[in-house]
Design a protein around this ligand. Structure first.
Ligand code: GLV
Ligand code: MN
Ligand code: MN
Length: 412
């Protein structure tokens, strides 16, 4: 039975981990940054070494094709992939595994001369982590990118997408041209680390994803009044930070009590202006993220949180601005892809379990244009989006072989 080369995959995972490597382990490789661009060049070289045709689309997505040199509806491809950007201080596997395992699968299929009825391609989608916009590259590819929004897209530090892409040699205003021709993708399957504890705790080697959560991000700007922190009487202060802090605690309470068992929420960005210990905060900004696999639940929670923000601001005599940043749609995975993954697991003698993904993934955009699914492997300690994110190498090998046999079945 055909199988991947773990040593080749391992070498590539460790080689990619060097781009943006941090001294204490882990990696910071944000999309369009110099280490990302170096990694992208390296990846193109590896795809060529594997004997694949390569191309890059106007959204910066990188492709390697076997039996195909670009996407046309005349020859629908079976597609795999993931992303090579990371969160700040992230791990070496989130995204990288799916791209490099996909590359390894195509490499071994080509090398072995295995006949396939459909062409195969592997994609590295740009800005999956959403420094400038959630799931950017796959959104463009799936025709979900709003051209009018592009000039306004920016990172939390204010760096604009048009500038970041410009530095990397791309014209962001042309990113919508990356939209794939209708019917050009026969199916999509992505291998990823679970990033949570469920598979490891259950002792199950493979997860078959049934659905992927939607993620909503909103920037809340509380406008109070900057004042002298010593001389202004307490009752006269309009402290923007205290409103933000009250909102943070109450929003968490709201999501936990009013959401379903799968709803989660996080405030991971807080900025206070002017930001001096002797000035009452005049402005406080939060980025509030919330997730649920049910679109209805997510929308209701978002409405209730917006109302909460207005109420907190009003009782403190300050103003709040709500700026929606991004909203991805929860997506069910295709039953045919799920059952194909399960058949591949059975052929390899591996147990599997169905589960939903609490992380966002490019596969949820692909679900809008083709039959899309995902394979998960256990994450050590359930840890991810941190520098010690890891999975066992034998778990990686099992996952890559499940991907290989899923692709072969989908391409048969
Ligand atoms: C992607 O990694 C996410 O934030 O879910
Ligand atoms: Mn991630
Ligand atoms: Mn990821």
């Amino acid at each position: 039975m055909l199988s991947v080369s773990l040593s080749r995959l391992q070498n590539r995972v460790l080689a990619l981990a060097r781009f943006g490597a941090l001294p204490g382990g882990g990696v910071t490789r944000m999309c369009w940054s110099p280490p990302y661009e170096e990694a992208r060049t390296w990846l193109l070289g590896e795809l060529k070494t594997a004997g694949l045709a390569t191309w890059v689309d106007p959204a910066g997505n990188v492709f390697g094709g076997l039996g195909v040199e670009g996407l046309r509806s005349a020859t629908p491809v079976v597609l795999t992939g993931s992303h090579i950007d990371t969160v700040p201080e992230g791990g070496i596997l989130d995204g990288a595994l799916g791209v490099l395992a996909g590359l390894e699968c195509l490499h071994v299929i080509r090398e072995s001369g295995t006949r396939i009825a459909r062409p195969l391609a592997v994609a590295a989608w740009s800005d999956e982590e959403g420094r400038y916009g959630s799931l950017f590259g796959s959104r463009a590819f799936c025709g979900r990118l709003d051209a009018a929004a592009i000039p306004k897209m920016a990172a939390v530090d204010g760096d604009r997408l048009v500038d970041a892409m410009g530095r990397a040699g791309f014209d962001a205003t042309r990113a919508t041209e990356a939209a794939a021709p209708r019917g050009s993708v026969a199916a999509y399957v992505e291998l990823h680390i679970e990033q949570g504890p469920r598979l490891e705790e259950a002792g199950v080697p493979i997860g078959v994803v049934e659905a992927i959560v939607g993620v909503r991000r909103t920037r809340l700007v509380f406008h109070g009044q900057a004042d002298h922190a010593g001389t202004t009487p307490m009752e006269r202060r309009r402290d923007a930070f205290l409103a933000a802090a009250e909102y943070a605690l109450k929003a968490r309470e709201l999501v936990v009590t009013r959401g379903g068992p799968r709803a989660v929420t996080n405030i991971g960005v807080v900025q206070i202006h002017p930001g001096a210990s002797n000035i009452v905060p005049g402005r406080a900004e939060l980025v509030h993220e919330m997730r649920d696999p049910d679109a209805g639940v997510l929308e209701r929670l978002a409405r209730e949180c917006d109302a909460l923000a207005r109420e907190v601001a009003a009782t403190r005599g300050i103003r709040v601005e709500l700026r929606p940043m991004s909203a991805t749609t929860p997506a069910p995975c295709a039953p045919r892809v799920q059952s194909t993954i399960e058949a591949a697991c059975a052929s390899l003698g591996l147990a599997s379990r169905r589960l939903y993904s609490a992380a966002g993934h490019d596969a949820q955009n692909l679900a809008g244009v083709t039959e899309s699914g995902m394979i998960f492997i256990p994450s050590r300690g359930g840890k991810s989006h941190r520098v010690d994110e890891m999975s066992d190498w034998d778990a990686i090998e099992r996952g890559a072989n499940v991907l290989l046999h899923t692709l072969l079945r989908l391409a048969a």
